[in-house]
Write a protein that binds this ligand. Structure first.
Ligand SMILES: [Zn+2]
Length: 81
């Protein structure tokens, strides 16, 4: 298969993009909680560890690394929250 054929075949592949765990949690939170979490994520003076601990205390288990990647838009979310 040459390059143009390979590129054309990409159109036929299913869209596998999905949110990272952080994005999934954001999506399922009620509006008020989601808004508060988005604001915390945007506040760089709050560490990933503190966010992780607070979420964990509310039975939302997401590790610091995942939070950091989401904050840096280095995750699988289509659009960073
Ligand atoms: Zn994400």
């Amino acid at each position: 298969m040459n390059l143009s054929e390979q590129l054309a075949s990409l159109h036929k592949q299913p869209n596998n993009r999905r949110s990272c765990l952080m994005g999934t949690i954001l999506a399922k939170l009620p509006d008020t909680d989601r808004k508060a979490l988005v604001e915390v994520l945007a506040n760089r003076s709050i560490s990933n560890a503190r966010i992780s601990a607070t979420l964990k205390a509310n039975e939302l288990v997401v590790n610091e690394t995942t939070i950091g990647k989401h904050r840096n838009q280095n995750c699988s979310c289509d659009v960073a929250q």
